[in-house]
Design a protein around this ligand. Structure first.
Ligand code: SAH
Length: 365
């Protein structure tokens, strides 16, 4: 809900409002793309979003155990696929580089892994690229604007809380039929939500049993991203591991969310200063991946995934070695695997190259 006192408009809101006044309302995905990626004032172009002084905290920032277990997953996958050399390890949206640094600490214990590794980071935010460089220390890495720029070849692709940045369109079922939700301008010149004209037919994401008031979302960029992943995974053996928050059953609902300094705010406030996300539609992701010729595993919840990789045993070992950290370790692992926390909300999916010779699903899925 909107707070009674709206914060003053940011420069980006004023710019978007002028554009909308001149050209008409825009779809939610267009708004999200401007708010996140405007080169001068977009959230991901200009801000350092993560950590206590940012706007949100991700799993690798909660505990080193998260990155260590993902490192185990990658190392085991590399062995399963016959230790390809060289191979690429690609991370999409690596944040502060914490996940990669924690993973590499584990992976370097596997003989041959580091010698064969070529590290590629896909990151658009210049400040975060610097943080990633610092976190990686002496590990050589190459940075790219898009997955498309990474040279082809065998390898592993990781993405944690990356897909939730994909801009979404929203549709609402009203009495007469479906409308798209749009962003317009109110009498005071501030951004506001409204409905577009009645659509001639339901949007493709609508389901036959959706009732009045149902909200459906689709991320138009998801198909393009899955296509990119699929094209890569057709150039050499490998796997992609995608971890994000979202729904695996295809339930309707409005999941568009804004976080500003760790507080939920109205998505049309703090434009360019708040992180905007939406739930990932895992059902759509899986069907797009299958249609593009990839085998898939999951989705499983983050809880199931981390438990089967041994998170509790790792926590207990760390507690034995550092008894004074018991309550902090217990608390952070609970945040990662608790049903009501990230454990139940986040889901994990793996996509498999058709060139893989390994039999059976990857560990944890
Ligand atoms: N994976 C990290 C950070 C998640 S936040 C973690 O778990 O801590 C999202 C990350 O994706 C940030 O690094 C952000 O700058 C990056 N990002 C967002 N949209 C992007 C895009 N279109 N292309 C490349 N990187 C993007």
């Amino acid at each position: 809900m909107r707070t009674p006192e709206r914060p003053p408009p940011t420069g980006l809101e004023t710019r978007l409002a002028a554009m909308i006044k001149a050209c008409g309302p825009i779809s939610v995905d267009a708004f999200m793309a401007h708010a996140l990626y405007d080169p001068q004032a977009g959230y991901y172009a200009t801000r350092l979003p993560l950590g206590p002084r940012g706007d949100f905290i991700t799993s690798p920032e909660i505990s080193q155990i998260f990155g260590e277990l993902i490192g185990l997953w990658v190392a085991q996958s590399w062995l399963d696929l016959g230790s390809p050399a060289p191979f690429q390890l690609i991370e999409l949206g690596p944040g502060r580089g914490t996940l990669m640094a924690d993973m590499l600490r584990v992976c370097q214990r596997v003989p041959g892994f580091m010698a064969a590794l070529q590290l590629h980071l896909v990151e658009t935010n210049p400040g975060l690229r610097e943080a990633q460089q610092t976190a990686l220390g002496s590990h050589p890495a190459r940075w790219h604007q898009s997955l498309d720029d990474v040279p082809p070849g065998a390898g592993f692709i990781l993405a944690n809380e990356f897909l939730d940045c994909l801009p979404i369109r929203q549709y609402i079922c009203a009495e007469q039929g479906w409308h798209e939700k749009l962003v317009g301008v109110d009498a005071e010149g501030r951004l506001t939500f409204g409905l577009g004209p009645l659509l001639p037919k339901p949007p493709p994401c609508a389901q036959p049993d959706d009732g009045i008031g149902a909200v459906r979302e689709e991320a138009p960029g998801l198909a393009g991203l899955v296509d990119l992943l699929s094209r890569r995974l057709h150039t050499g053996c490998g796997r992609a591991l995608l971890i994000d928050y979202g729904d695996r059953r295809g339930q309707p609902g409005d999941s568009f969310q804004a976080l500003y300094r760790h507080q939920k705010v109205h998505p049309l406030d703090h434009v360019g200063e708040a992180d905007l996300t939406a739930h990932v539609d895992f059902k759509a992701l899986i069907s797009l991946a299958k249609a593009s010729g990839l085998a898939t595993s999951g989705p499983v919840t983050q809880r199931e995934f981390l438990q089967s990789l041994g998170i509790e045993a790792r926590r207990d070992a760390l507690i034995r070695a550092n008894p004074h950290c018991e309550s902090e370790l217990t608390h952070s692992v609970e945040r990662l695997i608790g049903e009501a926390h990230m454990g139940g909300l986040f889901h994990v999916v793996a996509l498999e190259s058709p060139l893989n010779t390994a039999h059976g699903p990857p560990i944890g899925l």
